[in-house]
Design a protein around this ligand. Structure first.
Ligand SMILES: Nc1ncnc2c1ncn2[C@@H]1O[C@H](COP(=O)(O)OP(=O)(O)OP(=O)(O)O)[C@@H](O)[C@H]1O
Ligand SMILES: [Mg+2]
Length: 347
């Protein structure tokens, strides 16, 4: 990879250079990446592309600490790590480009490193079957697979947040805030487009409006209280995306999208429409970077081993998240109540 760095005249920004990317690609005959150095812009000419599949480097993820997670590698093969300086994350991509696999990879890293006393995971999966391999993991609450259960899940996380806030206010103790926030609650919504109120009518629309309201509060207030939201969707049409996630997601990641307008909604700039390989994504915090996400071939096997360990530990008296005993039963029951989902549009 070759990088050329230029000073930008004050009336322009890296965004203006980004808009010329097609012309730059045509001129160089290679992929181009723009790096924003505030006042200067780096133009990376990517002579050698990333591979289409990267295996997980378990030695590397074993060395990582706390809530840091490996997301993937940039074109220099530098590991790109997501930290909780960016407490909420939006992940978008057309069907089949790697959103759920990325969520799995992130959850796997946390579950491996943290106990249910450090982390509880609340999943809304309205497609209903993606998270089956995680059922039985002690950090995980029953998976919500319909709108009513999605509402219960969001409300449960909201109540945890309000309870923490009230305790801190009652005691007027900032130290207590830090102590409570040490245990993280992660709300994962896979296919958040489906809870967009505009897609529903009648009572279901009202439920979605309530979900959206609680979600906005979680996004706005949650960070300091240890509440984090990962919000995933296929078609980030500006009408379907909770406006608060656009404002509060410090971490933004997009796989391939059909239109530059969708890319604008997620990463604030076009570019995701040019990605063409599953696993290839643009990750944006204060600057955007093209990465490839490692693919975990043996996730199910590794999760099964973890479940065995958890069962052994529980027999020795340790606890897991509330109502876990009935976890598998309730999750399976909720599959039976699946109702047809509304159709989202790519237009
Ligand atoms: N990081 C990756 N590297 C290589 N291939 C990948 C990667 N992630 C996903 N894939 C391939 O893409 C397929 C679909 O991935 P995944 O289920 O995560 O898509 P999705 O974006 O969640 O789709 P949907 O919106 O339909 O749920 C995987 O089965 C795998 O073959
Ligand atoms: Mg998926």
């Amino acid at each position: 990879m070759v990088q050329l760095t230029y000073e930008i005249p004050s009336k322009y920004s890296a965004h203006d250079v980004q808009k010329q990317i097609d012309a730059l690609v045509a001129t160089c005959g290679a992929d181009i990446e723009i790096v924003d150095y505030a006042g200067r812009v780096g133009i990376r000419i990517c002579i050698e592309d990333l591979p289409n599949k990267i295996d997980v480097d378990h030695a590397l993820i074993d060395k990582m600490k706390g809530m840091d997670v490996l997301l993937g590698y940039d074109r220099n093969r530098t590991p790109i790590i997501h930290t909780f300086k960016h407490p909420h994350m939006i992940i978008a991509g057309e069907p089949g480009f790697g959103k759920t696999e990325l969520l799995f990879f992130i959850l796997y890293q946390w579950i491996k490193r943290l106990t249910p006393n450090d982390l509880e995971i609340h999943v809304i999966d309205l497609k209903g079957t993606s998270f089956i391999p995680f059922i039985g993991i002690p950090h995980l609450h029953p998976i919500a697979t319909d709108l009513d259960k999605a509402y219960e899940t969001v409300k449960r996380v909201y109540d945890i947040m309000i309870d923490r806030r009230d305790k801190v206010l009652e005691r007027g103790d900032k130290q207590l805030l830090r102590q409570l926030a040490r245990k993280k609650h992660l709300l994962v919504i896979d296919e958040a487009g489906v809870i967009a109120p505009k897609l529903w009518a009648g009572d279901e629309r009202k439920t979605c409006q309530k979900i959206d309201g609680y979600l906005s509060q979680l996004l706005m207030v949650g960070r300091e209280l240890g509440i984090h939201v990962f919000y995933c969707l296929q078609y980030p049409h500006s009408d379907y995306v909770n406006p608060q996630i656009r404002a509060c997601a410090g971490g933004r990641l997009s796989f391939h999208l059909s239109k530059p307008e969708f890319s604008e909604v997620v990463i604030g700039e076009p570019g995701a429409e040019k990605l063409s390989t599953p696993g290839r994504a643009i990750y944006k915090t204060n600057k955007s970077i093209t990465i490839h996400v490692p693919y975990m071939h043996d996730l199910e096997k590794r999760l099964e081993a973890m479940k065995c360990d958890a069962r052994r530990t529980m027999r020795n008296g340790a606890t897991c998240v509330e109502d876990n005993a009935d976890h598998v039963h309730r999750s399976n029951q909720s599959f039976l109540s699946l109702r047809p989902l509304p159709v989202q549009t790519r237009e």
